[in-house]
Ligand binder design. Sequence first.
Ligand SMILES: Cc1cc2nc3c(=O)[nH]c(=O)nc-3n(C[C@H](O)[C@H](O)[C@H](O)COP(=O)(O)OP(=O)(O)OC[C@H]3O[C@@H](n4cnc5c(N)ncnc54)[C@H](O)[C@@H]3O)c2cc1C
Length: 202
Amino acid sequence: MCCAGAPLIAGALGGIAVDPLRRAGHEDQDADLRPARHRRAVPHAGHPQFVYVAAKQGALVVANAFQQAARHISYRSMPRITFTSPTIASTGLTEAQADEAGMDCECRVVELADIPRAIVSRTSTGAVKLVAERQTGRVLGVHLLADGAGDAILAGVYAIDAGMTVTDLAESWDPYLTIGEGLYLAAQAFSRDLSTLSCCAV
Ligand SMILES: Cc1cc2nc3c(=O)[nH]c(=O)nc-3n(C[C@H](O)[C@H](O)[C@H](O)COP(=O)(O)OP(=O)(O)OC[C@H]3O[C@@H](n4cnc5c(N)ncnc54)[C@H](O)[C@@H]3O)c2cc1C
């Protein structure tokens, strides 16, 4: 209960082997960056280590244990953000994961150099990738490498949660001069040649 997303500290578990950087496994790569009280012994929970995952899991445990709520958590659209420069943000399946799961998928990649916001900001290193089920066009994954990707990824979370298709995205609104526009452009790229579109991508 005290540790939903992250594992317990070693002392409490009775001496679990860790390396000189106090790492117990590949999921603990940032162990050396943390204050001692946050160092972990072993990633026993095995779940993605994000604060919002821990919060959701903690609330679920309480509800299920004390209120017989029988709730469950879906990780299908869980966003993953890495605050590098540029930021990496993902939701849903990567192309490799879709392949591995035996799904027939189709992808489009739009380079940041083709997204007006990035051109204006002169930060054109990166890309937006959309993974969709080939037959239905259902959005399976959204991946951004861009400054501002962490803010834009929520649109991808909603698209996956709502079962939207690339056609739905392409027919939705295009928030011109934002990084979020990359999702719209990637959706357009499933059916059109982007180089023929007007400045507002219609
Ligand atoms: C450097 C760093 C940066 C991060 N950045 C982000 C980010 O930007 N976004 C994001 O979503 N997530 C981030 N995370 C991950 C996020 O902090 C964790 O996934 C989340 O805090 C896990 O929550 P938790 O409640 O399970 O564990 P914790 O927040 O670690 O809480 C566990 C608590 O249990 C206490 N405890 C441990 N053992 C015992 C014991 N035996 N007895 C009593 N108390 C004990 C600990 O002191 C701690 O207070 C980051 C993590 C680190 C280390």
